[in-house]
Design a protein around this ligand. Structure first.
Ligand code: DQQ
Length: 650
């Protein structure tokens, strides 16, 4: 067991680690450390925000001139990364870049991908459509890519489903959703960016419903079926949802938009998907949240962990509204009640409404433009989310691809708290688990321990942690230990800032000397009771991922991600981490808080990639019980007639 001193880079906020640190002097110094940490955290965030705003990739300032990208001109913007940092571009080479490609996440063979579109299950196949640029590793020329899978893990790429070949989608076949009609047929609604860059809604359907692969799609000759209504900007009208049934037997959809700075969700009813009645009221609106993209609306059971078909309503049901905030690139959701009679939805807790900064997020890392679908095959609701890049556009172009999709997640209401959703990687991902090793380790304060698992670039880790009770009791009995009221993963300085009861967890994608590492950790504070925590919990727990030391490269955005995670009385602290080369997906407390990170190590690659367990708390001894699986690669490649077991069409 090595000491943290030698292995975790010291920062100005970090204390030496001798046992004498546990004296009251250290504790008295903690508030100063906290201020420093908060202050430097704010500076980092301010810098990060400035870079996002100034170098949005769509609004790049070049000394005197301002260039506007195609995405921005078109009314969407897709890549937000610092241009300044690109000036300090890391000398990426093919060896490093090839390692970044994932082994079991869905990504196209090459080029740019963004939003998941129209996921569905049909005649034995899961269908996945996605925003795709066939011509480059940057956003533009968007078509609908199409792939099918038997298990949502192994995929066959099919020919494009929809391409821009009409005036009403000449500038892009944008995001949309599928609906199953009562007779089992399928309609697809999608946004087209017209020849004049106006956003309209279009209808398409499979040409041949007897084809399980749904290879051919027909666009309705009467398209567009919806144009921006009066009062709505022509570039602020996009991403129709899956339709659900009203009590009057009509179909209802919602479409994201904004009015001034208020994010809104428009409502339309239809019987045939060709003509629509617009409601004068909105499903929901939240001031100062800006344009709502990719709205999702679906029911969740209050009592059961089964998924629900989109039209289900009733007493046992809550409804989720999710919107992707174009201004912040965050997917926010809220739990509330849907009123069929006037087509409105009201949040349970207005303080955490859709899109407010204190509101709930599917994922506290990189995760956007997500979409759920009801999997009638297994009675579950599945969430897809686009996980973009955190590196520079130049690096994307050099490596020839950009973006992955998260491992699909089942999504249900947390039936214990009823205050958050819980998301969990679909069961099928476990079919990729290879050899495993079990560990049970006591980790003293200030230590970091190598976990001998061999190569560590494709792993699935399930772990539970307990803090020695006497350590917690001492903290509570010691008034000199401050309550970390202000703790936040994002602004409190990351995994090197030491508190009484945290941080502790894993450092993943690390090299031998820990010069590169990505800590995924809990940070427990002597907290005020949070609204989301168990009633008698005296502790507040945070679940974080610190990417600030994940790579030596400068042309990468490297935030500390994370948030509060509810821990109920009697629960152990649990985390799951799925590592697949340049992506780390972390799930705290069974998926109450999730964090996806893109990381781009330059040393910790291939055989040099290691896993460590660390405890950087000052006072707490932690016991970790965990299992680590090596993960196989998924089979993701272009289809051939043999793969599909169907006669060739050529
Ligand atoms: N991406 C699509 C739009 C959507 C945006 C365009 C969200 O339909 O609003 O590629 O990422």
């Amino acid at each position: 067991m090595a000491s943290t001193e030698s292995l975790l880079p010291l920062t100005s906020q970090q204390d030496p680690l001798s046992r004498s640190d546990l004296n009251s002097e250290t504790r008295r110094r903690r508030p100063i450390k906290l201020h420093l940490a908060v202050y430097s955290g704010f500076l980092l965030i301010a810098l990060y925000v400035t870079l996002i705003v100034t170098h949005d990739g769509s609004r790049v300032k070049n000394d005197e001139t301002t260039t506007e990208s195609r995405a921005y001109l078109a009314g969407v913007s897709e890549k937000r990364v610092s241009n300044d940092r690109e000036n300090e571009a890391f000398p990426w080479n093919n060896t490093i870049l090839s390692w970044q490609r994932t082994a079991f996440h869905f990504q196209p063979e090459k080029n740019w991908m963004n939003d998941p579109n129209g996921p569905l299950y049909y005649k034995g196949w899961y269908h996945f459509f996605y925003q795709y640029n066939p011509n480059a590793a940057v956003w533009g020329d968007i078509v609908w890519g199409h792939a099918v899978s038997k298990d949502l893990i192994h995929w066959l790429y099919l020919p494009f489903a929809l391409v821009p070949d009409q005036w009403y989608d000449a500038n892009g076949v944008w995001t949309g959703s599928a609906t199953f009609l009562d007779d089992g047929s399928i309609v697809m609604l999608y946004t087209g960016s017209t020849d004049k860059f106006v956003q309209v809604q279009n209808l398409a359907y499979p040409e041949d419903l007897s084809d399980p692969l749904l290879l051919k799609w027909t666009k309705y000759p009467g398209n567009p079926v919806l144009v921006p209504p009066p009062g709505i900007g022509e570039k602020d009208f996009r991403d129709p949802t899956t339709a659900w049934k009203t009590s009057a037997g009509k179909w209802r959809i919602t479409i994201g938009s904004k009015v001034n700075k208020t994010g809104i969700s428009l409502i339309y009813d239809t019987t045939d998907f060709k003509t629509y009645e617009k409601h004068d009221t909105w499903l929901h609106q939240v001031p100062n949240t800006g344009m709502w993209e990719c709205v999702d609306f679906y029911p969740v059971s209050k009592t059961k962990t089964k998924g629900l078909d989109t039209s289900v309503n009733g007493r046992d049901v809550k409804h989720i509204v999710k919107a992707s905030m174009d201004d912040t690139r965050i997917d926010h959701y809220a739990i509330g009640t849907y009123y069929d009679s006037n087509a409105t939805w009201v949040p349970d807790n207005p303080a955490i409404d859709v899109g407010v900064s204190t509101g709930l997020r599917y994922d506290y890392g990189k995760y956007y433009a997500s979409k759920t679908f009801y999997d009638q095959n297994k009675g579950r609701r599945i969430l897809w989310g686009w996980i973009g890049e955190s590196d520079s556009e130049a690096a994307d172009v050099q490596k020839g691809w950009s973006s992955v999709q998260g491992i699909p997640r089942t999504v249900v209401l947390d039936t214990k708290t009823k205050k958050t959703l819980v998301q969990w990687p679909i069961k099928e991902i476990e079919s990729l688990r290879l050899t495993s090793k079990k560990f049970h380790m006591k980790v003293e304060p200030g230590t970091v321990v190598p976990v001998e698992v061999g190569p560590a670039a494709q792993l699935d880790i399930e772990a539970e942690f307990t803090i020695k009770k006497s350590d917690v009791d001492i903290i509570f009995g010691d008034d000199s230990v401050d309550t970390d009221k202000e703790f936040s993963c994002e602004t409190s300085g990351g995994s090197t800032v030491r508190g009484a009861l945290g941080p502790f967890g894993f450092s993943v994608l690390a090299d031998q000397s820990l010069s590169e590492q990505t800590p995924v950790y809990f940070y427990v504070t002597k907290g005020k009771d949070s609204k989301l925590s168990g009633k008698d919990s005296k502790l507040s727990t945070f679940f974080c991922t610190d990417t600030s030391r994940s790579t030596k490269a400068n042309d990468v955005v490297k935030p500390v991600y994370g948030s509060f995670v509810p821990v109920l009385k009697g629960e152990k602290l649990t985390m799951r981490i799925i590592i697949d080369h340049s992506i780390v997906e972390a799930f705290g407390q069974g998926g109450r808080t999730c964090i996806s990170s893109r990381v781009y190590p330059t040393n910790a690659i291939y055989g040099a990639t290691k896993l460590y367990l660390f405890n950087n708390a000052i006072d707490a001894t932690v016991t970790a019980s965990f299992k680590v699986w090596q993960m196989n690669s998924a089979f993701i490649h272009p289809f051939s007639a043999d793969d599909l077991g169907v006669p060739s069409r050529t």
